[in-house]
Design a protein around this ligand. Structure first.
Ligand SMILES: NC(=O)c1ccc[n+]([C@@H]2O[C@H](COP(=O)([O-])OP(=O)(O)OC[C@H]3O[C@@H](n4cnc5c(N)ncnc54)[C@H](OP(=O)(O)O)[C@@H]3O)[C@@H](O)[C@H]2O)c1
Length: 228
C-alpha cells in the first residue's frame, strides 16, 4: 500500500483506490476543497490491490477511526470489499450503503464514523442534469443499460419506475441476479428485463427496437477500461 508522506498536524482525507495518483479525483481535490471551504486538508492516496486482504482494509479503517487528523475517506474500487471487511467498525451506516452492500464515503463527526454509499446520489444528479424528471412519462421512452455492475445499479435504481421499461444486458448471470434482488427491494412492480449477453449484434437489435427518446447507457467500462 502506498501512503504519501504528510505533515503530522495536517488533517487528511484518505483516497482508497488502486492507482489513486492517476485518478481525476487527485487533480480535482484542490478545487473541491476550495469550493467546500476545507482548509489545511490534504488528500492522501492509499493504493491497495483489487480484492485486498481483509486485514489491510481493517488496518486502514482503524487508522481513520482513531487518528484525530483523519477526516474520512473517498473509496473507489474497494467499495464492496472494504464495506464487508469493516462493517462492524462503522458507528453509522446509511440506507444506500445497506442496500448496495458497499461504501464510497467515510466521514467523521464528533468521533462518530459514518459509512455512506453515494453513487445513487451522484448518478441521480448527473442524469437529472440532462434529462427532465418527466422525460419518460412524456415520451414513453425506455432504457437500455449495458452492464449490471455498481454504476449500472445506481443509475437503474434512480430510473426505476420512471421509464416504461428498463432492459439490462450483462456478461455474467450473477451480476444480473444481484441487481434484480436490489431492484426487487426498491420497487418490485417496475418493469425490468434482465438479459445475459455479450454479442454486440444482439445489443444492436435491442437498441433498434427502442422507442424514440430512449436512453442507452454504457456501464460496462468498455471504451475506457477495456477496448470496445
Ligand atoms: N461505480 C460508479 O458509480 C462509477 C462512477 C463513475 C464512473 N464509473 C465508471 O463506469 C464504468 C463501470 O463501473 P462499475 O463500477 O459499474 O464497474 P463494474 O462493477 O465492474 O461493472 C461493469 C459491468 O459490465 C459488465 N460487462 C463488461 N463487459 C461487458 C460486455 N462486453 N457485455 C456485457 N456486460 C459487460 C461486467 O460484467 P461481469 O463482471 O458480470 O462479467 C460488469 O457487470 C467504469 O469505467 C467506471 O470507472 C463508475
Amino acid at each position: 500500500m502506498r501512503r504519501a508522506p504528510s505533515p503530522p498536524d495536517l488533517d487528511r482525507l484518505s483516497f482508497v483506490g488502486v492507482t489513486t495518483g492517476q485518478s481525476a479525483a487527485t487533480r480535482l481535490f484542490p478545487a473541491w476543497a476550495k469550493e467546500l471551504g476545507l482548509h489545511d486538508v490534504e488528500l492522501v492516496g492509499h493504493d491497495l490491490p483489487i480484492h485486498a486482504k481483509r486485514e489491510q482494509y481493517r488496518d486502514l479503517v482503524e487508522r481513520i477511526k482513531s487518528d484525530e487528523h483523519e477526516r474520512g475517506a473517498l473509496i473507489t474500487t474497494h467499495k464492496i470489499d472494504l464495506f464487508e471487511a469493516c462493517r462492524d467498525m462503522f458507528d453509522r451506516i446509511d440506507e444506500s450503503a445497506l442496500l448496495f452492500g458497499e461504501t464510497s464515503c467515510l466521514s467523521k463527526c464528533d468521533g462518530i464514523l459514518s459509512a455512506r454509499a453515494t453513487d445513487l446520489v451522484s448518478a441521480g444528479k448527473s442524469l437529472d442534469e440532462f434529462l427532465s424528471r418527466d422525460h419518460f412519462e412524456k415520451t414513453g421512452a425506455e432504457v437500455l443499460c449495458l452492464g449490471a455492475g455498481g454504476s449500472a445499479i445506481a443509475i437503474t435504481v434512480h430510473l426505476l419506475g420512471r421509464a416504461a421499461r428498463i432492459i439490462v444486458v450483462n456478461r455474467s448471470q450473477g451480476r444480473l441476479d444481484a441487481m434484480r434482488a436490489i431492484h426487487a427491494r426498491v420497487n418490485p412492480g417496475a418493469e425490468v428485463v434482465y438479459i445475459r449477453n455479450v454479442d454486440p449484434l444482439m445489443n444492436d437489435a435491442l437498441m433498434g427496437k427502442l422507442p424514440a427518446g430512449s436512453l442507452v447507457i454504457n456501464a460496462t467500462g468498455m471504451g475506457k477500461d477495456t477496448p470496445g
